[in-house]
Design a protein around this ligand. Structure first.
Ligand SMILES: [Fe+2]
Length: 223
């Protein structure tokens, strides 16, 4: 009788190995939505990351991802990906510790983003569009804006409250959470919105932040 070692080394052993059933094909793991691979997109991402808040930077990353997927679900396919990304990744820049100021954060964020993108060489009309998207990203009820503007409230609200999440594939959601983790985003939202309310108690953005707090705490995310 052949030893086990001889059997493995013989042609019979190799043939026997080759006819073993193939393992079941693994289901494809969904990828994240491609981020525009441009100089401006990289520069804007670096600016957002420089703000000192991984919570808000990753919220902005998820806002682009969720926004792009929900736009796709809504049949919106034709828009400028780079402008949509610039609007999304910079929309909460003014909530990061590095960029405090006395104005409402969407106004300050639009100004900061406009100055930065102009310095980076983006054309005036495109700068204006990104500024508009950031300035009005809390106007969640308005739907007739250009897609590059609408993507911000769509994606941001999905990440804040889970609105629209039921339309997305669970594995796709997980891929986005792996790409841009939540950290302790719910706690950060409460801390940040309370801070904005102390600074500007009657500002519309402060009131909306207060109204959103219960929905953010109840959102279908762990943290
Ligand atoms: Fe946001």
């Amino acid at each position: 009788m052949m030893s086990r070692r001889e059997l493995i080394g013989s042609s019979i052993g190799l043939a026997a190995f080759s006819v073993l059933p193939a393992p079941p094909a693994m289901a494809a793991i969904p990828d994240i939505v491609p981020v525009p691979d441009s100089r401006l997109a990289k520069a804007a991402t670096a600016l957002m990351d420089s703000g000192g808040s991984p919570e808000w930077a990753d919220h902005c990353r998820r806002a682009y991802q969720f926004g792009a997927l929900l736009m796709q679900k809504a049949g919106v396919h034709r828009y400028d990906r780079e402008l949509a990304y610039l609007s999304s990744i910079l929309h909460d820049l003014a909530l990061t510790p590095k960029y405090p100021g006395p104005e409402e954060f969407p106004i300050r964020g639009a100004r900061l983003a406009g100055e930065f993108l102009s310095d980076q060489g983006l054309g005036a009309a495109d700068v204006q569009l990104v500024q508009y998207a950031i300035r009005y990203h809390l106007d969640i009820g308005i739907t007739d804006y250009r897609p590059e503007v609408r993507i911000v409230p769509t994606g941001s609200l999905c990440d804040l409250t889970g609105a629209g999440l039921h339309l997305l594939d669970r594995r796709q959601i997980q891929a986005i959470l792996d790409y841009a983790p939540r950290h302790e985003f719910k706690k950060e939202f409460i801390r940040s919105s309370n801070g904005e309310r102390r600074k500007l108690p009657l500002a519309p953005s402060s009131c909306l932040g207060l109204l959103l707090q219960p929905a953010v705490l109840a959102a279908p995310f762990e943290s």
